[in-house]
Design a binder for this molecule. Structure first.
Ligand code: PHE
Length: 346
């Protein structure tokens, strides 16, 4: 009997199984009630007393080894099963698609980042405004065409003939935020106002009734046009690259005097001329000027003591130049196929 147990010990240690069925026959053969080991325990009764100790030890060892073997074969089978059934190695490694920032947000953040680096704060204000903050305090003459229903979305208008300070409307520019800042803070003021603006335009590839602006304002003693130019040159080079040149063309806004429009050298063709810059080598990106003394006075800032500059740009326009997307409507449709293309941007 001892020899039989020793042979079985060897057999058990070298056994292996390839399937759950083989594992089950292993269990039946060695470990079940009618299995070999159980039979051996039956026979143990007949073993001579002198051999009982040694045979008993080996028999217990056999039982222990067979059980351990069974458990280890079982867990081996489970892990191979796990890998072949539960894990599909052909699946893409990143099953969860991440979102992306909207291109308008990417460019807005970039503009904010550039100006905050040179000491500008960010100010925000209401989208639903009154005539006073959008027009009157900004030196718009009472009959100025921008006040016309054709351009401005009115929510309530006291009289259809004349405008009144109580008229409620959707802001047409974020200069209204700067009026609020001037009313509530003392110079020096250095702030930019990003936000949505609304104008009564027919929607097309080149125009939309909603768009986004960032407007800037700097008021202190002795602020000059040279400061404006230097600030905008810094901005243009941070935004479009170190080689960028700017050019200022005289323009007109009721709230600035003198006023200008700023072009940057076309970064697509490097100024040589291409279809993006319409073969001029320049791209118009913003309006600017020295804050009109009437505006300062309307906001209770002493125009004898303080001067300032202001500028305003459309984010859609800058985004179009940056990403070469030439249809404004794409920015508002939220088509995933469009938005997905900005995943690698920050
Ligand atoms: N508010 C102007 C606009 O909406 C832009 C601008 C701002 C121009 C400040 C000059 C100075 O078009």
């Amino acid at each position: 009997m001892l020899q039989k147990i020793l042979d079985l010990l060897k057999e058990v240690s070298t056994l292996s199984v390839k399937s759950p069925e083989e594992l089950e026959s292993f269990r039946l053969k060695y470990l079940s009630k009618k299995g070999i080991i159980s039979d051996l325990f039956e026979d143990f009764r007949n073993v001579a007393v002198s051999e009982k100790k040694e045979v008993g030890q080996k028999l217990n060892l056999l039982k222990k080894n067979a059980l351990e073997k069974y458990n280890s074969l079982k867990s081996e089978l489970l892990t191979t099963e796990d890998i072949s059934q539960a894990t599909d190695l052909s699946r893409p490694s990143f099953p969860f698609s991440t979102g992306s920032r909207h291109p308008i947000s990417i460019v807005r953040n970039e503009i904010i980042d550039i100006f905050t680096r040179i000491g500008f704060t960010v100010s925000e204000g209401p989208e639903i405004e009154d005539d006073d903050h959008v027009f009157t305090k900004l030196n718009f003459a009472p009959e100025h065409p921008a006040r016309d229903m054709q351009d401005t979305f009115y929510i309530s208008r006291i009289s259809s003939e004349d405008s009144s300070p109580e008229d409620i409307l959707l802001r047409t520019h974020t200069s209204s935020v700067q009026v609020r800042v001037m009313q509530n803070q003392k110079p020096p003021i250095r702030t930019i106002s990003p936000g949505r603006v609304f104008r009564n335009e027919a929607i097309s590839a080149r125009a939309h009734c909603i768009f986004h602006q960032v407007e800037g304002l700097y008021i202190d003693e002795n602020v000059s046009f040279a400061d404006l130019k230097q600030t905008l040159l810094f901005f243009a080079r941070e935004m479009f690259g170190k080689e960028t040149e700017i050019r200022l063309r005289p323009s007109y806004f009721p709230f600035t005097e003198p006023s200008a429009e700023m072009d940057v050298s076309c970064k697509i063709c490097g100024g040589k001329g291409c279809n993006v810059c319409k073969y001029t080598g320049w791209l118009e990106i913003l309006g600017c000027g020295m804050v009109h003394p009437n505006v300062l006075e309307a906001c209770n800032i002493n125009s004898q003591k303080y001067t300032g500059f202001a500028f305003g740009m459309g984010i859609e326009r800058l985004t179009m130049l940056k990403y070469q997307v030439n249809d404004l409507r794409l920015y508002f449709e939220n088509d995933i196929r469009f938005l997905d293309q900005f995943k690698t941007a920050f």
